[in-house]
Design a protein around this ligand. Structure first.
Ligand code: NI
Length: 185
């Protein structure tokens, strides 16, 4: 099932998501639906608040980048209850986009290396160090679970420039190839 994607201005994107436990019903189906929703929108990552749920799960599929980055060709994972426990290395500037902020890309500084603990869909716990582009995508998705969006990192000056565009997005005045859920104002 393809969910409509929540966009900037929706309060669900500003909430702190909560961990789930093994009694959570339909986890596998939810992950499948999130992958389907993300693929339909040509995204590489999607977090639960983007489908209206304030729980700590996100999905990432970097396999489309496998042609240029062979190490990513099998990287398709769901992260349940992820927690970043270390961030280190230099901070790298790179432009980012987000399915919840269609049509906008801005440079964001991110740590080059993170250590993350998470569960997979079988409730096996993992503790992994990620670097490079993978670390960037994971930090972006992880931020969604804490109510943070990439434009929050822009300077106040830049935010003023983006204000009109962000306001349009929150009113649904934006063209997308996928269905969005416009916040009620
Ligand atoms: Ni995003």
């Amino acid at each position: 099932m393809i969910y409509p994607i929540t966009v900037f201005g929706d309060p669900v994107l500003r909430k702190i998501a909560t961990d789930i436990d093994q009694t959570y019903q339909g986890l596998e189906k939810l992950a499948d639906d999130m992958f389907e929703t993300m693929h339909n929108a040509d995204g590489v990552g999607l977090a639960a608040p983007q489908v209206g749920l304030t729980i700590r799960i996100f999905v990432v599929d970097l396999s489309p980048l496998g042609e240029d980055h062979p190490e990513l060709k099998d990287f398709k994972k769901a992260f349940v209850n992820p927690h970043i426990i270390e961030k280190e290395g230099e901070k790298i500037l790179m432009d980012e986009g987000c399915l919840s902020i269609p049509g906008l890309r801005e440079d964001v500084l991110r740590y080059s290396t993170i250590r993350m603990k998470y569960f997979d869909l079988n409730w096996v716990e993992h503790d992994v160090v990620y670097t490079g582009f993978t670390a960037r995508v994971l930090q972006h998705e992880y931020d969604h679970l804490d109510g943070i969006m990439f434009v929050d990192y822009c300077s106040p000056f830049k935010r003023r420039i983006l204000k009109g565009k962000l306001s349009d997005i929150s009113k649904g005045k934006v063209t997308t190839s996928y269905r969005i859920k416009v916040p009620r104002i």
